[in-house]
Design a protein around this ligand. Structure first.
Ligand code: SF4
Length: 754
């Protein structure tokens, strides 16, 4: 038997695993006792990873060879890799030649490895010359990014898992960590068992399993978090629980915030948030006066039209009370996906560049252009997730490349997403699994490797970089994501005039060449040029024989940045996962940031952000009287392409349902199991209803995991729609562009099915 150390493929806790394999097959998995994220523990999902790699499941669920669909709606037929990539190259080149670089878009995933992300980003921004690359991480953590940058000056979670062991107060907001981050939550449970005097406060409209551990539960009305946090600050000021000395030495902007929260009296906050005044006082006191307060927060804050404001308002509380930069104290945003952090690090989003640089910053664009050896990086902001699919639905984006994600199920407002997939002239889906809804829309399917086969790195919520290593060879003709991108990029390079020498890196095509190639009569050169099999590739922007060679370029791009990892190597990461920053000469990474209270802002001070509470984008009203929230289940992951293959993971929750308060059900003469129409302004689905007193009155909850194969759906146009996202809204936070998946106004009516 062979053993291979790697990392779990699911959530942002980033647990280390040891994969057992025999005869080229994965035979088992166990927690890595030496990995600092989990010390040998795994949750139900992680501990069944090996079963999802069983040959029978691979045969049924995996995409095993490139496939091309001549016409939409037809069955795709197998093609060779050369045929597939030449077809992709010709089509992309033609679209770019005819309509410009911004007529294509790349939609990638927080489940890609850092190396995959890096080359996708370079392909779009460096070679093609478009910033139209975004990721499903936009749906889970872009508000946290914006919140950190606005307040602390950098996208860097300042805390670490060990802080759970030092905290005397845990403030858990918008996070059902018991289900979404189970191994980290086990650490919370142990800390509470060891130190029962540690206060645990849970803010969530639903009473989740996480709340079972709480000393104080704040079941606030959906979307009212900013009012709650501003109100807690009001109380802290009134009671003298803030730290004026610390505030004046280490922050700016407090006077403006003080003026703003003056009106957030306990009476107002209690009324808006639906909370008891005495609970507000208790929460404010514990947060401010505990020796060390650690906040853990996630999608309940992020997936909101006020996502950035919610993040900033919570960080304001840490700054006002000096609860940051000490063991057990700090605002700690949890990432949903295994490598949402890595995507941020390489700048794999429409508004970011490598090593936490900003696209909007001309100096940063020039630095990245120099690193890549291209004359410039385009200035025009790219389309973020919702904008990208809207642009495709409007005919502005004509070719879409989707990798390792399933927008035909996971994006909000599915009617628009499906219009986009329908209207796009060319859709490439690069995927490990053949079963996702998005595969149905692909003109070209490219089989990718997945967990147990991949090689590279990921970064977890506490800034810890871990190696992902292959235990077995990929099945069929599946290729690594980075290798597919590099092969495609080199073919695309071959369609533009010879690259110019550049001062750094490989040779380069100029961005202008790429954007505006000459097109002689007959289309003999430039974009759309038929491939010349004899053409020497010559210098390339993509000179990568291995994932390590990509990672080394990424590593060099971090020199002098807040996430400097120039002291790391693959061999060092193989010995032990490490946290960033880890600059050259360091002997270890930093578990905790801002211990000196110096922040990465121009004046070294953290910034208070004064933001007024704004209600949700779509408040409930007489025609749509329920607030629908969505979320995860303990044993399922995203669209179930992997977890859905294991019957045992349905033992916890067997089928989809919408949960309602028993009194609301009684008023509507509904009983458990009745089918209801769950309807918003965007569409309608039919699901069983289930009573739950964990849900507030006039609220409803539905898990995000199920798709159309489990739900019957229809819209006003008669189109079949998928899962709960047939009815969610794509309204998004103006700063982070993260959509409000946590709230939609809906009506719930008993289905009369004939
Ligand atoms: Fe995997 Fe997350 Fe479970 Fe750890 S807690 S085993 S990373 S799903």
């Amino acid at each position: 038997m062979r053993e291979t150390r790697s990392t779990c493929a699911y959530c942002g806790v980033g647990c280390g695993v040891i994969i057992e394999s025999r005869g080229g097959q994965v035979t088992g998995v166990r927690g890595d006792p030496d990995h600092p994220a989990n010390f040998g523990r795994l949750c139900t999902k992680g501990s069944t990873l090996h079963l999802t790699a069983a040959p029978a499941i691979t045969r049924q669920a995996r995409l095993l060879q490139p496939m091309r669909r001549e016409h939409r709606g037809e069955k795709p037929r197998p093609v060779s890799w050369d045929q597939a990539l030449d077809f992709a190259t010709e089509t992309f080149a033609q679209v770019i030649r005819d309509h410009g670089p911004d007529s294509v878009g790349f939609y990638v995933s927080g489940q890609l490895l850092t190396e995959d992300y890096y080359v996708f980003n370079k392909l779009a921004k460096g070679l093609i010359g478009t910033n139209n690359i975004d990721t499903n991480s936009r749906l889970c953590m872009s508000s946290a990014v914006a919140g950190y940058k606005l307040t602390l000056g950098a996208d860097a979670p300042p805390s670490c898992y060990e802080d759970v062991d030092h905290a005397s107060c845990l403030f858990i907001a918008g996070s059902n960590a018991a289900w979404a981050h189970p191994v980290l939550f086990r650490r919370v449970e142990e800390a509470k068992a060891r130190r029962p005097d540690m206060k645990v406060i849970v803010c969530d409209p639903r009473r989740t399993d996480t709340a079972e551990l709480a000393d104080l539960v704040l079941p606030l009305q959906p979307g009212t978090d900013v009012m709650l946090f501003n109100g807690l600050l009001h109380i802290m000021l009134w009671e003298g629980w803030t730290r004026p000395d610390w505030i004046s030495r280490h922050t700016t902007g407090f006077d403006e915030l003080k003026a703003l929260v003056r009106e957030c009296t306990p009476e107002v906050v209690a009324q808006v948030c639906g909370l008891a005044k005495e609970d507000l006082f208790t929460a404010a006191k514990w947060f401010a006066t505990s020796e060390a307060t650690l906040s853990l927060y996630c999608q309940g804050l992020n997936q909101s039209t006020s996502g950035t404001a919610k993040n900033a308002a919570l960080i304001n509380l840490h700054l006002a009370t000096g609860q940051i930069g000490r063991p057990g104290a700090g605002p700690f945003s949890l990432t949903g996906q295994p490598n949402a952090m890595g995507g941020r690090e390489v700048g794999g989003l429409a508004n970011l560049l490598s090593a936490h640089r900003d696209l909007a910053n001309p100096q940063h664009r020039a630095e990245v252009a120099a690193l890549w050896g291209v004359p410039s990086v385009p200035e025009k902001p790219g389309k973020t997730a919702v904008e990208m699919f809207q642009a495709a639905a409007d005919g502005e984006i004509r070719a879409l490349w989707i990798a390792c994600t399933n927008p035909a199920q996971s994006m909000p407002d599915q009617a628009t997403v499906r219009r986009a997939l329908q209207r796009a002239e060319f859709v490439v889906v690069q995927e490990a699994f053949a079963t996702t809804a998005t595969c149905e829309w692909a003109d070209l399917l490219l089989p990718a490797t997945t967990w147990g086969e991949k090689d590279g790195t990921v970064t977890n919520s506490e800034r810890r970089i871990s190696r992902v290593r292959p235990a077995v060879r990929a099945p069929g003709e599946a290729r690594h994501d980075w290798a597919i991108v590099v092969d495609f990029a080199r073919r695309l390079e071959a369609r533009v005039p010879p690259p110019q020498p550049s001062p750094r890196g490989g040779g380069s095509n100029t961005v202008d060449d790429v954007a505006l190639p000459p097109s002689p009569p007959g289309g003999g050169s430039g974009w759309g040029h038929a491939p010349d099999p004899n053409a020497a590739r010559g210098p390339t922007l993509f000179p990568y024989p291995t994932p390590e060679s990509i990672w080394l370029e990424h590593r060099d791009s971090t020199r002098g940045r807040d996430l400097d990892i120039t002291g790391l190597t693959y061999p060092l990461l193989e010995q032990s996962p490490q946290q960033w920053p880890f600059p050259a000469g360091a002997s270890q990474g930093k578990p905790r940031l801002y211990e000196d209270a110096v922040f990465p802002t121009p004046d070294g001070k953290a910034r208070f952000v004064a933001t007024k509470y704004k209600p949700v984008a779509e408040p409930r009203e007489s025609r749509y009287p329920f607030s629908l929230t969505t979320g995860r289940l303990r044993d399922q992951w995203h669209g179930m392409s992997r977890t859905g293959t294991l019957p045992r993971l349905f033992g916890h929750v067997a089928e989809p349902s919408v949960q309602m308060h028993p009194q609301d059900m009684e008023r509507r003469q509904l009983k458990d199991g009745d089918l209801v129409h769950l309807t918003s302004k965007r569409g309608s689905i039919v699901v069983p209803v289930q009573a739950s007193s964990d849900i507030g009155l006039s609220q409803a909850f539905m898990a995000m995991h199920w798709g159309e194969e489990f739900l019957s759906g229809c819209s006003s146009t008669g189109t079949r729609l998928a899962g709960v996202n047939a009815i969610t809204t794509s309204a998004y936070c103006p700063q982070s562009k993260q959509p409000e998946l946590k709230h939609a106004a809906v009506k719930i009516i008993k289905a009369e099915l004939g």
